[in-house]
Design a protein around this ligand. Structure first.
Ligand code: GMT
Length: 374
């Protein structure tokens, strides 16, 4: 198949999933065309059957806001016609699927198919600003195929736009070879020279990720046992989280590392992942930790219970319950057999249910279904 993929190319789960999907599909012989305003962050392998098409947005004194959705639609139509694409796969309804709808209309009577994958913020964005509801509903209804990364998100979408639209749940996945139990001794000895336990948080530091709570949870853990915290990523709440660490006198124990590559190596070197988010449609980083054999303490919200089973690969705690999360973290960090069992459970579950090799064929089957439909 010849497939166009549009995603947000930045640091975030949806861009990672879209990029890994494109690379996996290319490995399986498909021609992949990424269409976006920047090269997706994890697009790393040179392959003859992967191309990138940059969307340049013209600025003009009349425009207060550059019309990205229109520039994207024009580029989608150009690439689809020039490379004879079978379908466009959009990660996020807003604005990508609206652009794909326009591109498809521009190319009529040729029938270009469109698939939309919902990652979550499409729906929370609508929740926060109802003026987006009609266009979000429209773009989802008009897509030839729609997938969601968790049953929770599919249900939430049905709750918002009505139950008629078929939404296939295709969970996120992980490269089980790149994310595997392995620790980097140089990292471990640098950050935990005295044998301290290493906790890690990885996110884009949006308010929904609750990075300040991560620091507060760690503060309670570090009162009981020797421990260090690695904060990986960057975003709007980083300053507040750094301030919270300083205020608590933890500046020598909490390391803010900013955006990093090779996330699997950072996670694999750690003893526990903290993810106290207010909501997560899936929580890709929890899956990455499980694949690395690292237990997770996360909020019991959204799609996270579809990834982490409480008591099996980690613990789920009510969002905002800082003492509860600290207690669960301490339980794992002080009971070696429990930690080992959770590590093994996580790796096994990732291998059995969430490896790329298992999930990518589900997208292929979805595409075929869409192409065969009238
Ligand atoms: O959570 C974010 O801020 C980033 C966002 C994204 O665009 O990557 O994440 C969403 O999509 C991920 C990939 O499907 C999911 O793993 C995250 O749970 C989801 N974030 C939220 O629902 C808050």
């Amino acid at each position: 198949m010849k497939i166009g993929i549009t995603c947000y190319p930045t640091y975030g789960g949806s861009g990672i999933v879209a990029t890994e999907l494109g690379q996996g599909l290319a490995d399986r012989g498909h021609d992949i065309h990424f269409i976006s305003y920047a090269l997706p962050q994890r697009l790393n392998a040179a392959r003859a059957n992967i191309q990138f098409h940059e969307v340049a947005v013209t600025t003009y004194p009349l425009f207060d806001h550059a019309p990205y959705a229109l520039a994207l639609a024009a580029k989608m139509a150009e690439v689809a016609a020039g490379h004879n694409l079978d379908l466009l796969h959009c990660h996020y309804a807003i604005p990508h699927s609206v652009s794909a709808y326009l591109a498809r209309a521009m190319l009529l009577p040729r029938r270009l198919r469109t698939v939309t994958t919902l990652h979550g913020t499409d729906i929370t964005l609508v929740g926060a600003d109802r003026s987006y509801l009609p266009i979000t509903r429209f773009s989802i209804e008009q897509s030839d195929g729609v997938t969601a990364v968790s049953a929770y998100l599919a249900d939430a979408t049905h709750g918002m736009i009505g139950a008629d639209r078929e939404i296939e749940v295709i969970p996120n996945f992980v490269d089980c070879a790149a994310y595997a139990p392995a620790e980097l001794p140089a990292l471990r000895s640098h950050f935990a020279p005295g044998g301290e336990k290493l906790l890690i948080h990885v996110s884009n530091f949006r308010p929904v990720k609750r990075p300040v709570e991560v620091v507060r949870i760690f503060e309670q853990v570090a009162r009981e046992i020797p421990a260090k915290l690695l904060m990986v990523g960057d975003g709007p709440e980083r300053g507040r989280a750094e301030w919270a660490a300083r205020e608590a006198g933890l500046e020598r124990k909490v390391h803010f590392l900013g955006k990093q590559d090779s996330i699997g190596q950072w996670i694999g070197t750690s003893d526990l992942l903290l993810l106290p988010s207010l909501t997560e449609s899936f929580g890709l980083v929890a899956l990455e930790a499980m694949a690395c054999g690292v237990p997770v303490v996360a909020s019991r919200v959204g799609g996270l219970p579809e990834v982490v089973t409480d008591g099996e690969e980690g613990f789920l705690v009510e969002p905002g319950d800082i003492p509860g999360m600290a207690r669960r973290a301490l339980e794992i960090l002080t009971r070696e057999t429990l930690a080992e069992r959770m590590a093994q459970n996580g790796r096994r579950k990732a291998l059995e249910r969430f490896c790329a090799a298992r999930i990518i064929p589900m997208y292929e089957a979805h595409y075929l279904k869409v192409l065969e439909s009238a």
